[in-house]
Design a binder for this molecule. Structure first.
Ligand code: SF4
Length: 376
């Protein structure tokens, strides 16, 4: 099994918190679409015959592509890679890119899952985040998505915004629940250096949400989503039965993935590689038949640490059988011994042959994960 990620590196403008690679000055997408189709063919051997289960259009802003471009990209993937009978094909959508008929065209082009960047239902907070859309546009986009036939729809939210209260989060969630969304991704705002918010923080003009407020919001998020029938399957992700994101899950299970487009990462268990984060260089290089990337060979401990880091964030937790079989008995015993004190304090639970965070443990997941990592 494998996944394919496509990085569409164009944005109309930059949001104040975002550090993903994208450009805003040239949104001529056609040469890029040609290049990504070429890259798909140049790297046809990368997945080594593994069957692709998922495709994910991320970015940047994939909704700047036309449905025809999306359809041509999917066709080129199908020409170059083996696919399962029912692949999950997700596209991230910005609400301001949507008009009547957009979703129908996307469905016709092969997309079957939508991840809509709602982020907040409050226009003041959307402005703070530097988003171009407003709450009314999110409402219109979600309404159209369901009207035009999508069922597998995720609403993406951000909480922990400075000044935001638990009641504000409750209001955002209540509004989200008023649509039949099948998935919610809710990430705590992190302030990255190199972003507008990062600069404000450095100048002392912005203070991050404090830990207590963040923990209160996280508990509320988890309990309200569960009350509404969502499964809390990863720290920041919630799904109705049958709608867990197959693409995200493959990252957490160390399933190989191919990343196409500038800055996209690829992983095949023994190495990780990443394409150049520069659209012009990418276009030039792919145009001359060379994919511009750097590669890092992954040693056993690095992949072990990555497995601990990602799997512990999920409800399935660490599969100790997998650790013993894929890594070795020594790493298995290391985890079993180290986890004892966390189990004793009710922060981890051991069920059969797995180790997972308890609700209390999820509050301090970063600390627990850091303690369980092997020193390199
Ligand atoms: S959050 Fe999305 S739309 Fe905003 S700058 Fe980042 S990639 Fe672009």
């Amino acid at each position: 099994m494998a996944g394919i990620y496509l990085h569409i590196p164009f944005c109309r403008s930059w949001c104040s918190y975002c550090d993903f690679y994208s450009i805003t000055e040239n949104n001529d997408t056609e040469p890029f679409v040609q290049a990504i189709i070429n890259e798909a063919s140049l790297r046809a051997g990368y997945l080594d015959g593994e069957v692709a289960e998922t495709v994910y259009f991320g970015g940047g802003t994939p909704s700047l592509l036309t449905a025809d471009q999306v359809q041509r990209i999917i066709a080129s993937l199908r020409e170059n890679y083996k696919f399962s009978d029912d692949p999950e094909i997700t596209m991230e959508i910005n609400p301001d890119d949507i008009s009547e008929g957009s979703f129908r065209s996307l469905a016709d082009s092969g997309v079957n899952r939508i991840s809509l960047g709602v982020q907040s239902w409050n226009d003041r907070r959307l402005k703070f985040l530097g988003r171009r859309h407003n709450a009314a546009q999110s409402e219109q986009a979600l309404t159209l998505a369901f009207k035009e036939g999508f069922v597998n729809v995720s609403a993406d939210l951000i909480y922990g915004i400075p000044g935001m209260t638990a009641e504000d989060l409750r209001a955002d969630l209540e509004k989200t629940f008023s649509f039949p969304v099948t998935h919610i991704s809710a990430y705590h705002l992190t302030i990255e250096s190199g972003t507008k918010l990062g600069r404000l923080k450095k100048e002392g003009r912005l203070t991050e949400a404090d830990e207590e407020a963040s923990n209160t919001m996280f508990s509320l998020l988890s309990s309200l989503c569960r009350e509404k029938g969502f499964i809390h399957y990863e720290i920041s992700n919630f799904a109705k039965e049958g709608f867990i994101s197959r693409h995200n899950s493959s990252y957490w299970r160390q399933i190989p993935y191919l990343g196409l487009g500038p800055s996209a990462h690829s992983f095949n268990r023994i190495s990780r590689q990443w394409n150049v984060s520069d659209v012009k260089k990418y276009l030039r290089s792919v145009g001359s038949g060379i994919v511009p990337f750097e590669r890092e060979e992954l040693d056993r401990l690095t992949t072990f640490n990555e497995y601990v880091m990602t799997s512990l964030r999920t409800m399935w937790g660490i599969d100790l059988g997998y650790v013993e079989q894929y890594y070795d008995k020594e790493l298995h015993d290391y985890l079993v011994n180290l986890s004892e004190k966390y189990i004793h304090y009710g922060l981890l639970r051991r069920e059969k042959n797995t180790l997972a965070l308890t609700d209390q443990g999820k509050m301090i997941s970063d600390n627990i994960i850091a303690e369980l990592l092997m020193e390199l």
